[in-house]
Each structure stands twice: as C-alpha cells, then as structure tokens.
Design a protein around this ligand. Structure first.
Ligand SMILES: O=C(O)[C@H]1O[C@@H](Oc2ccc([N+](=O)[O-])cc2)[C@H](O)[C@@H](O)[C@@H]1O
Length: 563
C-alpha cells in the first residue's frame, strides 16, 4: 500500500482539524490528529468508545475517481462509516489502513464517522497487565493497567487523507538495492511496481534520476532493474536520495530512494560493506497535550538533537512511528530500527489467533516502511515473556513472516531475558539475526552500585556472545535523572548518577568487538501510567520532556564525537 501523495496525476485531501466528538452525551470539538487523553482532563483515563464526526466535500468531477480513505493511524479499535454505511474497521494502532470507497462518495457533502475505542486487553493490543504475574515486574497496580511503560493514549493520532486517482493506477512499489556493490560504486536498483487491473496494456515509464525505462504493463506486476555506474550511495555522511518516478497514462507516483546495502556476520553490522556502530536511543513519539498525535516541529527538533549529540540511529520503540520520521531519517542520514507495536507480550498472546494478528502487524509495518533506506532492521517485539515455552513457536513464526517480506534486512526481537540467571533463558532469541537485549545494571539491579553493576553486565554480555555467536546490540540501558537534582557522590535520580552510568556502560561495551551498538534508554522523558516508580514521567530521558539537555547529554555529545 502506498501512502497517498499529491503528484501531477493524484489529488489528496487532508481531513486534519477539529472534528465533532460524542463524548459522555455531549458534542465536543476534538483535534485530529491527536490523543483525546490530554485534550480534556476528564478524558485522561477514558478508553471510549467515542464517535468522531466530520464532513467533507467532493466536486462532481472527482466523485467518479478511484477513492480511498487513508488513516495513518488510529489507536486502537475503530469502525468507519461513510454516509451512514459501515465501510471499514481496524484493530491495531500505529499502522496505516485504507478503506476503498470508490463509488460510495457523493458529489457534494459527505458524512464521515469513526467510532474509536482504546481498551487495554490481557493478551491483546494494547496489552493489559494480567491478574497473575508473568514477566514484567513493576507494572502491577499501575493505573491505567497497561502492561508497558508508556501512557496508553487513544484517538485518531495521525492524519486522515482522501486520495483520488484514476482507476488505472499504481498500487505499490518495491525498491531493492541490496545487490549493489559499494566497493565498485555499482548501484543495482530493482524496482517492482504493482498496477490495477484497469492499467493492463498501458505504457509505464519508470525514471530513476536521469535514467528512464518504458514498459508495457502486460502483467499486474512489472519488474525492472537499473544499473548505475558511479552510483552515489546513501550513507550517514552523504544521505543522497535519487528521485524515482513511476508514470502511467493517468497516474503518477514519486519516491526518494537511497542506494545502500546492509549486511551482518557473527560479529558486525555493515552499511555499504563497512562496519557501523549504532549510537543512539530508544525513544517515544509523545509530547504534552499532543499525546501521540503527529507533531511535525518536534520531529525536526528531535533530529536536530540527534545530530547535535552525535547519534547515528534510534529505535522506534515500541511501535512504528509516523512515516514522516522515516522521511526525515532518509534525508538526514539517521539509521532506524523499526519496531512492531508488540510490547507487553505475555503467555496470553501465545495462541494461533493472536499469532495471526501479530504476523499481520509485521507484514503491515514492513509493507509501509520497506522503501526507506534509513530503516536497517526490523524488530518484531520488545521485552516479551520470551522465557515461556510457548514463546518459541510464536516468535519463530514472526521471524519467518518478516523474512518472507524482506530478506535484505536483519530481523530482531528485543529481549529482557537470557541473563546469567537460568530462569530467564530465552527460548526464541536463537532464531534472530542479531541479539538485542535491554539491560538495567546499576538501576533495577545493583541499585546505586554502578561499578558492581558494570562487572555483572560484562559477565552477562560475554556469556550472551558465547551462547549465541551473533552480534550483540544493547538496545536499552540507563537511569532516571530528574533535571536539576544534583548529588556528589552520584546518587540514583541525580544527573551525575545518570551521566556516570551511561558513560561507563558505553565505554565498557565499546571494548567488546561483538557489540554492534548501544542505545540509551531514553531519548527524552515521557509520560507513563501511575505507579510508585514513576513520578508522572519516566525520567530516563537524556533530554527533558521539553527537549532540554541533562548533564548526560553533554557527556554523550563528547563521547560520541570520538567513536
Ligand atoms: O523501565 C524502563 O525505563 C524501560 O525499560 C523497559 O522495561 C522495563 C521495565 C521494568 C524492568 N524491571 O523492573 O526490571 C525492566 C525493564 C522497557 O523496554 C521500556 O519501555 C521501559 O520504559
């Protein structure tokens, strides 16, 4: 599925703005995109369902086109109605879905209604804390009872678009540059295009930079390869993008693509054949009042801070972010680990129905993000209960699903398990290409004892490598620090403690030639459910929630300028 896009031959309307919302028997204005939880104080903990309504207008000449409604993301369960008729539904947040409404749109005014509910469910998405213990300590008694450590915001969180195209149209585009040869500056760009039935027999033009190919569309799928000598590779230093344009007689789609290769062996990850060490963060797409609503200025701010601090990557913990994050990462040269909306997964998810849903989520994430050169890795989940015997088949299936969609990128699962404690033995980690682990030595364990924590971390990481013989990526570590709290000697929650723990952890891991990266948890402070560990926010941010640096930010900036 392609994101709606204005081109010479496509028209897109954006429905962002104030919609009417039926809330507690009242009609209130509500912002789209946005989360409802912080727009009205009395909705902070509401799960809905709420009925969102708006109208849109379609000129006569457009009403006969192929028309689709595109929701960039709705959290979480929703039913979509057009002029009183149910036209679609969706049951996962953070991923786009489309509703084909061709022939159902009237010239003139159309009534549009979306009923949205954001209910936490044990064994569902988003996941609720089970009544009985599983693996996530710390969340019991949390309110709302989310089985994860960020606020469960609800609503139409990303833009809603209507796209009008010709019936003879482009449905999807796949770009694969993995067989390029960077050392020879040889770019091999395979382009596959899917067109609608109505487009069969038409002439298609594919333009990549200066190169151009003309083909007759005898099949729904058209494949072409461009060979570029002296190609300009997409890299961190030079994130060069080539314009790709696909044209039919009455449709056109454009993409900016990057030529680059990703590979890995037992010890290293390579970008264009050269080892790359991942410096960066796990983060959240979250801000006061906006909740998880799309926020363009903050995206720019965060990328500017990533550059300022000399980071080269981030993980979209714990769900796919708005696609604009990836557009910016492509353009600015930041690497992205793209994570599925699978957080708080427990034994109650390990059944065939939920596995099907999870496989589908992975397909949908890869389908959306496959053409972004910045995306270098797929993560199928964060911190599942992966020491449970039933996790093995479940995650093996998710690994295979991702691989079926994309053989060119490593597929990972982020585990909190597989520590030296035998009870945490991970039954699924062995299937994945790179071993990703979250470790909180000096925080949740070895509290207040950084040096002893580091020794335990070293043992843990050595044993992990000995067991797996695969590159190790420490996807989370860190400490809470409340900006403005100082203490000497460093104490937990002081800026000094966070700075010392983060710096020493990175320095230790840099010495291990099988460690391919260290991501600090987290980029910025963020809101969580209420519980005794979280004074409103999780304070592990290197930046405050409003993006001001803590002491550790200056330390990282210097450290990362040297490695
Ligand atoms: O806790 C954190 O700050 C972060 O760590 C990870 O979750 C944990 C929660 C509890 C414990 N524990 O109690 O040991 C360990 C890890 C999550 O991936 C992340 O979403 C969260 O924000």
């Amino acid at each position: 599925m392609l994101k709606p896009k204005n081109t010479l031959k496509r028209i897109v309307q954006n429905l962002d703005g104030f919609w009417d919302c039926e809330i507690k028997e009242e009609n209130r204005p509500i912002a789209v995109p946005g989360s409802w939880n912080e727009q009205y104080q009395d909705l902070c903990y509401e799960e809905g369902p709420f009925t969102y309504k708006t109208t849109f207008y379609v000129p006569e000449e457009l009403s006969q086109k192929h028309i689709r409604l595109y929701f960039a993301a709705v959290n979480t369960d929703c039913d979509v109605f057009l002029n009183g008729e149910k036209v679609g539904e969706n049951h996962i947040g953070y991923l786009p879905f489309e509703v084909d409404v061709t022939g159902k749109v009237k010239p003139g005014e159309n009534e549009f209604k979306v009923v949205v509910e954001n209910r936490l469910k044990v064994g569902g998405f988003p996941s609720k804390v089970p009544d009985r213990g599983t693996h996530t300590v710390g969340f019991f008694g949390s309110f709302p009872p989310a089985n994860f450590d960020f606020f469960p915001y609800g609503g139409i969180i990303r833009p809603v678009l209507i796209e009008f195209t010709d019936h003879a149209r482009i449905l999807d585009i796949w770009v694969d540059t993995s067989e390029s040869e960077p050392e020879k500056k040889l770019g091999r760009v395979k382009v596959k295009v899917e067109v609608s039935e109505e487009a069969l027999g038409q002439e298609m033009t594919i333009k990549l930079g200066e190169a151009e190919k003309k083909i007759k569309t005898f099949d729904r799928f058209v494949e072409e390869e461009f060979i570029l000598e002296n190609a300009r590779f997409w890299s961190l230093e030079d994130p060069y993008l080539y314009p790709l344009k696909v044209e039919l007689e009455r449709d056109e789609y454009t993409l900016d693509i990057g030529i680059r290769t990703i590979s890995w062996d037992e010890k290293k990850l390579y970008l264009n054949g050269k080892p790359v060490f991942l410096k960066g963060f796990g983060k959240h797409e979250e801000f006061p009042v906006l909740g998880q609503g799309t926020f363009y200025p903050l995206m720019i701010k965060d990328f500017n801070l990533l550059k300022w601090i000399n980071a080269n990557s981030f993980r979209t913990s714990h769900y796919p972010y708005s696609e604009e994050w990836l557009d910016l990462a492509d353009r600015l040269g930041i690497l992205v680990i793209d994570e599925a909306p699978h957080v708080g997964i427990t034994r109650y998810h390990y059944n065939p129905e939920t596995q099907k849903i999870a496989e589908d989520n992975i397909r949908r994430m890869i389908d959306r993000d496959k053409n972004h050169p910045s995306v270098i890795m797929w993560s199928v989940a964060n911190e599942p209960e992966s020491n449970h015997p039933d996790a093995e088949g479940f995650f093996k299936a998710l690994y295979e699903t991702a691989k079926e969609m994309d053989r060119t990128r490593p597929v990972v699962m982020v585990s909190m398990m597989d520590t030296p404690d035998e009870r945490t033995r991970d039954v699924a980690l062995k299937y994945f290409d790179i071993v990703c682990v979250n470790r909180y030595y000096g925080w949740y364990i070895y509290q207040g004892r950084i040096e002893e924590g580091l020794q335990a971390l070293e043992k843990d990481i050595e044993e992990l490598y000995a067991r797996h013989r695969k590159p190790i990526f420490v996807t989370e570590f860190g400490a809470d620090a409340i900006a403005g709290i100082h203490y000497d000697p460093p104490q937990m929650f002081s800026e000094e403690y966070q700075a010392e723990l983060v710096e020493k952890t990175i320095r230790l891991l840099l010495k291990k030639d099988f460690v391919i990266g260290t991501h600090v948890w987290a980029f910025a402070d963020f809101k969580t459910p209420q519980n005794v560990r979280r004074p409103i926010l999780n304070y592990k941010g290197v930046f405050t929630r409003d993006r001001q640096p803590k002491l550790v930010a200056h330390v990282l900036r210097k450290l990362w300028s040297e490695v």
